[in-house]
Design a protein around this ligand. Structure first.
Ligand code: ADP
Ligand code: MG
Length: 266
């Protein structure tokens, strides 16, 4: 039996404040695959990522999002995360007073909790992972990402550099072990060293148990993270898909050739 892809997006239409932004986006991502979603600013990439995670400002007006065979449209963000969907933010938020370590342990416990526990956003009473076990998991994952131990005791994103914020996002990915992860412009604002470190972290985590959707405006992160599939988004839908060579072509020719191709096809 051929298993259906973990993530199936069907003809998705999304409106923000009454304006249609996504206009029929379809995409399938399986575990073990790396997809790049590229497109110019304002094409709707972040709108898609936010909709995937159930951001309340994004209203699905048509189409569906299936995760492991079931629609997630009725699920709150935390339920989607617990089911195994993950998103790394383009602009991570600082939480002064909450250490990286505490944040991650709380999130992991929520992720490990049985379905239905901790409804209404409450942290489930049942502890999913013992503190000692968690500390060794965290140390191991931070080692994988070549992060200093002291990082865990800092307040989440509080005073972090751009590179540190993105590394904190990837650490969340490493600890929570989702099945499908969306990285929204994880490369934006990174210098070349930080970009390399973040990419190496992502590569260390990629494998048969993880499906990745790497959203990016620029081709350069794809020099480090090798996608199996590349999709180009224009005006709220995917207008062109191909293999890794498509990213190189975009680098060379810009998005205009996709636009022109679209015009010609009409
Ligand atoms: P991208 O990530 O590809 O740059 P976005 O999804 O951020 O594109 O934006 C696509 C369009 O949707 C833009 O025109 C943007 O102004 C609009 N948009 C996205 N989010 C909101 C929002 N929360 N409120 C109003 N408009 C929004
Ligand atoms: Mg964006």
């Amino acid at each position: 039996m051929i298993q259906s892809p973990e993530l199936v997006v069907k003809d998705l239409h999304v409106a923000v404040e009454g304006k249609e932004i996504l206009k029929g986006l379809s995409l399938e991502v399986r575990k073990g695959e790396i997809h790049a979603l590229m497109g110019p600013n304002g094409s709707g990439k972040s709108t898609f990522a936010n909709t995937l995670m159930g951001h309340p400002n994004y209203q699905v007006t048509a189409g569906d999002i299936l995760f492991k065979g079931e629609s997630v449209l009725g699920l709150e963000t935390d339920a989607r995360a617990r089911a195994g969907l993950f998103m790394a933010f383009q602009y991570p938020v600082a939480i002064p007073g909450v250490t990286v370590s505490n944040f991650l342990r709380t999130a992991l416990n929520a992720r490990l909790a049985p379905p239905g526990a901790g409804a209404n956003g409450a942290v489930p009473a049942k502890r999913g992972i013992a503190p000692k076990e968690f500390r060794s998991l965290l140390r191991e994952r931070m080692g994988l990402l070549r992060m200093d131990d002291s990082f865990a005791q800092r307040y989440l994103n509080d005073g972090f550099s751009g590179g540190e914020k993105k590394r904190a996002e990837i650490l969340q990915l490493a600890v929570l072990k989702p099945e499908i992860a969306v990285l929204d412009e994880t490369d934006s604002g990174l210098d070349i060293d930080a970009l390399r470190i973040v990419s190496e972290g992502v590569n260390a985590l990629s494998g048969p148990d993880l499906g990745l959707l790497v959203i990016t405006h620029y081709q350069r992160i794809l020099n480090y993270i090798k996608p199996h599939f590349v999709h180009v988004m224009l005006d709220g839908r995917i207008t062109l898909s191909g293999g890794p060579e498509l990213a190189l072509e975009l680098e060379r020719r810009g998005y205009d050739f996709v636009r022109e191709g679209n015009e010609a096809a009409r």
